[in-house]
Unconditional design. Structure first.
Length: 229
């Protein structure tokens, strides 16, 4: 059961991560990272894709080169691998919406809270669906196009606070990735993690999540009473 005490009393805005929170897209992301690195001669395990989820694409490539190629990635490396990944993502299976999340977003908006999506992604295939699937306008999205540092730096969540015109203590974050949790906690925002990937729940707790749920359906089942505490 979710403890109501975790929700700020003065809640004004809820920030949602996109991949693995709104869309069941992390399998595609992991697979396309593995394939695009493999084409560049780097063995990058799917587990690392989940560990690095939330980073901007170039940052993930830089981390992988340091760890597995033992050299810095060049601009050409970054461009080639990210272009290949984007190409693979375009032909990947269309990801479904995570269980219960349309209701969660709808209920949040109906309760009068500002909803902002905060993602490290620059993949147009999903960002372009937010309006149709969740009624989220482009102006309420912070994406990889907007940031210089990206998660795990608090920058994207600080940008979201600015967009929502609220303080950290008036917002709540729903994340599924350890680096995303680090970023939101670094911005001083209470964070609930939904463990929708292959990582151990402890990793999300250690990153700073105030609570770790087993998935989005558990969040959805409790959401209405939570935001009307």
């Amino acid at each position: 059961m979710i403890h109501h005490t975790i929700i700020p009393d003065t809640l004004k805005a809820v920030f949602f991560d996109m991949d693995g929170v709104l869309y069941d897209s992390m399998t595609n992301h992991a697979q396309t990272w593995v394939e695009s690195f493999q084409a560049a001669g780097i063995s990058f395990p799917a587990y690392d894709a989940y560990l690095n989820e939330g980073r901007t694409g170039p940052s993930t490539i830089e981390v992988a080169f340091e760890k597995y190629a033992h050299r810095p990635a060049t601009e050409a490396d970054i461009q080639k691998i990210y272009d290949h990944k984007t190409e693979l993502m375009q032909s990947a299976p269309t990801p479904g919406i995570m269980p219960g999340m349309q209701n969660v977003v709808q209920q949040t908006m109906a309760a009068g809270f500002r909803v902002i999506v905060v993602t490290g992604s620059k993949q147009p295939s999903l960002i372009s669906r937010l309006k149709k699937d969740f009624n989220i306008e482009d102006e309420n999205v912070v994406s990889g196009f907007d940031v210089k540092k990206g998660k795990p730096d608090p920058e994207p969540y600080l940008m979201a606070l600015k967009k929502a015109n609220c303080e950290a203590g008036e917002a709540l974050v729903i994340e599924n990735a350890p680096l995303g949790v680090e970023a939101s906690c670094g911005a001083g925002i209470t964070t609930i993690a939904v463990n929708t990937g292959i990582l151990e729940a402890e990793i999300l707790s250690r990153a700073g999540a105030g609570m770790v749920l087993s998935g989005t359906q558990e969040l959805a089942d409790n959401w209405k009473s939570l935001i009307r505490q």
